[in-house]
Design a protein around this ligand. Structure first.
Ligand code: ARG
Length: 461
């Protein structure tokens, strides 16, 4: 079984069916640069422990560097005979440095501790990419909010008009959610930043290799405390898949609103031509495909997470081949987000908001009723009574077919003598918004605070 990492104890080589099933190079080949980085670190540890002399180490490192260049240029590719990235690269190394030296590299490590380390290296690199993309999206939302500091939006609960809010407040609500995703990535990294290299197959190594220096070479902050845990657990992968799924969910919430806002009925936004699509049959169509794809892809991201958790559930310690199934879902989640986020950010930053339309609709549906009730409370009416009086006011306005502000002074007084004409002060959307000035409220002053707070939060991450 030439070129394989195992075989001596077998009377025959692997069947073609087994090879077809077992092969993982079509997805793990992208870990080749990390595998080679691990090999260089491992070679230095072998040398420090006396298993490679200075000349051997130099030749080994040169060989690994050469492989790295060949992988990067695409001249080195796995063959059908290779089971995985590790085997393919060992076979290639042996071709470059010869079997005598090439055969020494595998001492004291296993594909089990290798793969557990490589997936962390891959995820940490991509976490940085996704983190930067998220910052760009948060910036785009904040910039839109900043450009519309005064604009009023009909705030909704149950998708019904509830209370008017500032458009900026609403957009920043999405930005805050995304800032927590960013925070999650930063927190996840504490757990990802630990090296399983040196755990061997499951029990550690007899060779006295310095796992801490390997970790350091790989840019990892420390070494796992338990070799069984290091090789058998994938919670760090699942947690990353969760973060990507949560980002997907957060994007899908924005998407749903953009899709609604972009309808003729809402007419709150117009999408930029460069970030919308046409129809093959209906010449007039201009569709919000980016938002729809984002909404759809959130399902895919959730699926990747649930698939991965299902694979991990009930696995006994230590390494099981089931664990190979961790990579395709999490790679897919990473690739999905890395393509989606830039398009999404482009869509958000080029959105045109029709603020006059939003402002016109904001008071409709009696969205100022809570302001009336709270006006009564400020005059020491128990809220229960205030709620009743305001409810009756809404009924009177509805019967008359007018807004609350459309009722005459006499009509107000007829509902309750407590409803003096000065109640009109709170019957404007601007007044309503400005008066919600408690911490985190939609008043312009509180929204202004948020810009500073959000920027500070993101700086910290
Ligand atoms: N390809 C495997 C994985 O992704 C790593 C190799 C471990 N294989 C083994 N037979 N122990 O998890």
């Amino acid at each position: 079984n030439e070129g394989s990492l195992w075989g001596a104890r077998f009377a025959s080589g692997p069947s073609p069916e087994l090879q077809a099933l077992s092969r993982s190079t079509h997805f793990d080949w992208q870990l080749a640069p990390y595998d080679l980085a691990g090999s260089r670190a491992h070679a230095r540890a072998l040398s420090a422990a006396g298993y490679l002399d200075a000349d051997e180490l130099a030749r080994m490192i040169a060989g690994l560097d050469r492989l790295e260049a060949d992988v990067a240029s695409g001249t080195l590719l796995p063959t059908d005979a290779d089971e995985d990235v590790h085997g393919a690269l060992e076979a290639a190394l042996i071709e470059v440095v010869g079997p005598e030296l090439g055969g020494k590299l595998r001492a004291g490590r296993s594909r089990n501790d290798q793969i557990a380390t490589l997936v962390r290296l891959y995820l940490r690199d991509h976490a940085a990419v996704i983190g930067t993309q998220l910052v760009h999206l948060i910036d785009a939302l904040a910039a839109q909010a900043d450009a519309h500091r005064e604009a009023i939006l009909p705030g909704r609960t149950h998708l019904q008009h509830a209370q008017p809010v500032l458009l900026a407040h609403h957009l920043l609500a999405h930005a805050w959610a995304l800032s927590r995703d960013l925070e999650r990535i930063a927190d996840w990294d504490k757990r990802a930043n630990v090296s399983p290299y040196g755990s061997g197959a499951l029990a550690g190594s007899t060779l006295g290799l310095d796992a801490a220096s390997v970790a350091h070479d790989l840019g990892l902050g420390g070494v796992v405390e338990n070799s069984i845990d290091g090789t058998a657990s994938r919670d760090v992968v699942a947690e990353f898949a969760f973060i990507t799924a949560q980002i997907g969910v957060d994007l899908s919430r924005i998407s749903e609103e953009i899709i609604l806002w972009n309808t003729r009925e809402f007419a709150f936004v117009t999408l930029h031509d460069g970030y919308s699509t046409g129809s093959s049959i209906m010449p007039q169509k201009k569709n919000p495909d980016i938002a729809e794809l984002a909404r759809g892809k959130s399902g895919r991201l959730i699926g990747n997470l649930t698939g991965l958790l299902t694979t991990l559930k009930g696995l006994p310690l230590a390494y099981n081949r089931d664990l190979q199934e961790d990579k395709e879902p999490v790679f897919d989640s990473v690739e999905t987000l890395e393509v989606l986020l830039p398009a999404f950010t482009g869509m958000v930053s080029t959105l045109t908001f029709h603020t006059e339309r939003m402002a016109e609709l904001a008071p409709q549906g009696f969205s100022l009723a809570t302001d009336v009730a709270e006006w009564l409370v400020k005059r020491h009416v128990p809220f229960r009574d205030a709620h009743e009086i305001t409810g009756a006011l809404v009924r009177a306005a509805e019967e008359r077919g007018v807004d609350l502000a459309g009722l005459s002074d006499d009509e107000l007084a007829a509902v309750s003598p407590l409803l003096e004409p000065s109640v009109r002060d709170v019957l404007t959307i601007e007044g309503s918004v400005a008066s919600r000035d408690g911490l985190g409220g939609t008043a312009p002053a509180r929204v202004a605070d948020q810009f500073t707070a959000l920027t500070a939060r993101i700086r910290l991450l």
